[in-house]
Design a protein around this ligand. Structure first.
Ligand SMILES: NC(=O)c1ccc[n+]([C@@H]2O[C@H](COP(=O)([O-])OP(=O)(O)OC[C@H]3O[C@@H](n4cnc5c(N)ncnc54)[C@H](O)[C@@H]3O)[C@@H](O)[C@H]2O)c1
Length: 405
């Protein structure tokens, strides 16, 4: 019987563990975060896409167990890596989590296994980093096979799930590819085999770079429309009536999360190493990172040219609607920019509740000098938000009667 160990039980690893466990596989969800492991084993899901009730049932059936003990995955035939791949202080790839996970996997596995990487990284990570690291630590006589299957999950997406999102796969050997195809065929409807792992790794980076660059383009376009006093969203809707050759992106406060602000820098890193200057990526980063300052500039201009001493309410501090993830959230830069202008900032986010050592303020009778809506959580009370100030700026321009780009 196939026993699967999934290393990392976050936004990627947990839904994957639940998908395999629901198909009857025996899954161990390994994570170094002890409090997360005990929360999971109590049947409480820490992420929005997994219902606690579903997790509980899998635990009761004996198909899922979370663990912080490396030896609990030592007899797994398949081990999947789903750990963070952030940027370091120089905004370069930080593979320390992947390397730590690979060393641990090599040390504990007592039999030949299939090791699959789902963490996003640059082309060559499986071949040049993961496989040699695992192999170096492996017990004598144990020989693993390796494959990659970059995760494409979009937390909070109600249409595209693990089961119906096409999945790229490639092994370092033909055997690894075949085994990976068979395995993911149990939980995915559409498996796409590519010729080698580097193709899958690069495709994942390009998918998110495509989004980053197009978001930057529409953000820049929105600031141009604002300066020309032409309604951006109406222009975009008009352009979107073209049935071919156009794909609509929406402007906003910037980009956040573990993917769009991060993955393109993985591509930029290998580009620079190969002697190619990644100009689009650098420019897109610059434009997106500038959006909070651009929006503060507009809010300031529309409020008498100064925000000094003004009270400002931010509605939404996570990076995407209906998700509590605040990693790389552009709301952080927005707050810094507002405070640099001398404003006093409070934030309201009933999805996040607590962040940055502060709690979400409730929408009572308090009146602010200005309110900025950064995104649209389904549970927002829009009437209360509109009542919170006489000046409400909606970064997405969805609420009638608000100011926008
Ligand atoms: N979040 C997304 O929407 C998304 C989508 C596609 C791909 N990805 C990629 O998937 C990977 C994981 O992202 P995520 O969002 O699930 O991260 P996450 O932070 O939600 O989860 C990662 C988990 O790994 C654990 N961990 C860290 N080091 C570990 C180790 N050595 N051993 C075991 N567990 C360890 C952490 O405690 C955490 O619980 C990243 O490479 C990311 O770029 C993320």
């Amino acid at each position: 019987m196939t026993k699967i160990g999934i290393v990392g039980q976050g936004y990627v690893g947990l839904p994957l563990a639940v998908a395999f466990a629901s198909e009857g596989f025996n899954v161990t969800g390994f994570d170094i975060d002890v409090s997360r492991v005990s929360q999971l084993n109590s049947g409480i899901s820490p992420i929005e896409d997994i219902e606690s009730q579903d997790l509980n049932e899998l635990i009761i059936q004996g198909n899922y167990l979370a663990s912080s003990r490396p030896t609990d995955i030592s007899d797994c035939n398949v081990v999947i890596i789903a750990v963070p791949t952030p940027l370091n202080r120089l905004r370069e790839p930080d593979l320390s989590f992947v390397i730590a996970a690979s060393e641990m996997i090599g040390e504990v596995l007592t039999q030949d296994s299939l090791i699959i990487n789902e963490s996003t990284s640059f082309p060559g990570t499986l071949r040049d980093v993961i496989a040699p690291t695992v192999t170096k630590k492996s017990l004598p006589g144990v020989e693993h096979t390796f494959a990659v299957s970059p995760e494409r999950v979009d937390p909070g997406n109600l249409i595209w799930k693990i089961s119906n999102t096409p999945r790229l796969i490639a092994g370092l050997t033909q055997d690894a590819t075949l085994m990976t195809r068979k395995l993911y065929g149990q939980i995915c409807e559409n498996i796409i085999e590519v010729s080698r792992p580097e193709v899958a790794e690069a495709a994942k980076l390009f998918e998110n770079t495509f989004r980053q660059v197009n978001i930057a383009l529409v953000n820049e376009f929105a600031t141009i429309m604002n300066a020309l006093e032409i309604p951006t969203n109406e222009v975009l809707d008009a352009a979107n009536t073209k049935p071919y050759g156009f794909m609509k992106f929406s402007p906003g406060l910037g980009v956040g999360g573990h993917c769009i602000p991060v993955d393109p820098s993985y591509l930029a890193f290998v580009a620079s190493k190969a002697g190619v200057q990644p100009r689009f990526i650098e420019l897109a980063n610059e434009v997106n990172l500038h959006m909070p300052a651009a929006i503060v500039g507009i809010v300031k201009a529309e409020n008498g040219g100064s925000l000094k001493g003004k009270s400002i309410l931010i509605c939404g501090v996570s990076y995407k609607p209906n998700i509590a993830d605040t990693r790389e959230t552009p709301a952080r830069v927005l707050i810094t920019e507002l405070e640099a202008e001398g404003a006093t900032v409070a934030w309201h986010d009933p999805v996040v509740e607590s962040w940055n050592g502060q709690n979400s303020v409730s929408l009572d009778q308090t009146k602010y000098d200005a309110t900025i809506i950064t995104l649209h959580h389904g549970i927002f009370d829009y009437q209360a938000i509109l009542n919170s100030s006489d000046y409400v700026f909606d970064c997405l321009g969805r609420i009638a009667g608000t100011h926008t780009l």
